[in-house]
Design a protein around this ligand. Structure first.
Ligand code: RIB
Ligand code: CA
Length: 306
């Protein structure tokens, strides 16, 4: 079976690390490029973390550095959740620097997309700055993009602001540009991320699943995206899960826009499930997930990371 070509845009980040592992070791996905963007921690740190992960996984995927800050708003990271370096808790090997391209992420994405014999799927699991810049600089890429499957947004409450999710709220203008791109979009937001939980008994099982499982266990001990005892939120794995096991999700096609000017709501995704705005649907929103099946899928996926 032909593997589906994808580009992962990421900000590792503990939950990113597991999503990247699952994608790299899957038999269905061909990770052509990994691009980095400032988000959980600084651009330098997310890039070093990506290069460390690839060295640890033994996967020689090219990496390209992207935006160091959002388009308009000031950059605010999530080191309070992921630790100062973004991946504390495990002794990774040195970054595999030879995988780092000299090209900027946007130029590398353009090259990979335009050279691909079949349409490429973009999998942003971080702030959308690189994706917005790609569409602004090289709109021609859209003809060879199959869809965008993102972790981001929320039809309900937020985890960065009252109503805003971190990836969207960190660069709202970039997110608006992506939702207005006209491309097919799948949004795996907090509505499913908050239910994609790994419990202590899962972590103990994962710990026995080879070196990736052991790595995951040690990262989970430091991850403050939820609680080790009551459930750790595997936000970014939801985007990869949609690609590999879409039946886990309940999806609604609707219009999604990004609030840019609200004094209390800037950065939130406005998910118009009831059509009040009378706008054409532009997004498939994952509105629910089978949490129990996700747990089993997640463990099966980590088991394959050998
Ligand atoms: O809101 C969760 C998202 O923000 C995830 O992508 C996590 O890694 C952080 O980037
Ligand atoms: Ca992320």
């Amino acid at each position: 079976m032909r593997k589906r070509p994808i580009i992962i845009d990421t900000d590792p980040g503990i939950d990113d690390a597991l999503a990247i592992a699952i994608a790299l070791f899957s038999e269905e996905l061909d990770v052509r490029l990994i691009t980095t963007v400032a988000g959980n921690v600084s651009l330098e740190n997310v890039t070093l973390n990506t290069l460390r992960l690839l060295h640890f996984f033994g996967k020689d995927v090219p990496v390209a550095k992207g935006a160091a800050k959002p388009l308009i708003v000031d950059f605010v990271d999530a080191s309070n959740v992921h630790g100062k370096t973004g991946m504390e808790g495990y002794d990774f090997p040195e970054p595999k620097e030879e995988l780092l391209l000299s090209e900027h992420a946007v130029n590398a994405m353009r090259r990979v997309i335009m050279e691909s014999p079949e349409p490429v799927t973009l999998v942003p699991i971080a702030t959308l700055t690189n994706i917005a810049l790609l569409f602004a600089m090289y709109p021609e890429v859209k003809k060879n993009i199959r869809e965008i499957v993102m972790m981001g947004g929320s039809a309900g409450r937020g985890n960065k602001g009252v109503m805003s999710e971190f990836n969207i709220a960190t660069d709202p203008e970039a997110a608006q540009m992506v939702f207005q791109s006209g491309l097919p979009i799948v949004m795996a937001g907090l509505d499913v991320g908050l239910k994609a939980l790994v419990y202590p008994e899962d972590s103990e099982e994962i710990k026995t699943m080879g070196k990736v499982g052991d790595m995951a266990y040690h990262l989970f001990k430091r991850y403050r995206g939820g609680s080790f005892q009551t459930g750790l939120k595997m936000y970014d794995s939801c985007a990869v899960a949609y690609l590999l096991c879409p039946e886990l999700f309940e999806v609604a096609e609707t219009y999604v826009g990004v609030e840019l000017h609200g004094s209390m709501t800037a950065g939130c995704t406005v998910v118009d499930l009831k059509g009040y705005l009378h706008k054409e649907p532009n997004t498939k929103v994952c509105i629910d997930i089978d949490g129990e099946k996700f747990r089993e899928w997640f463990k099966d996926s980590i088991r394959k990371c050998v």
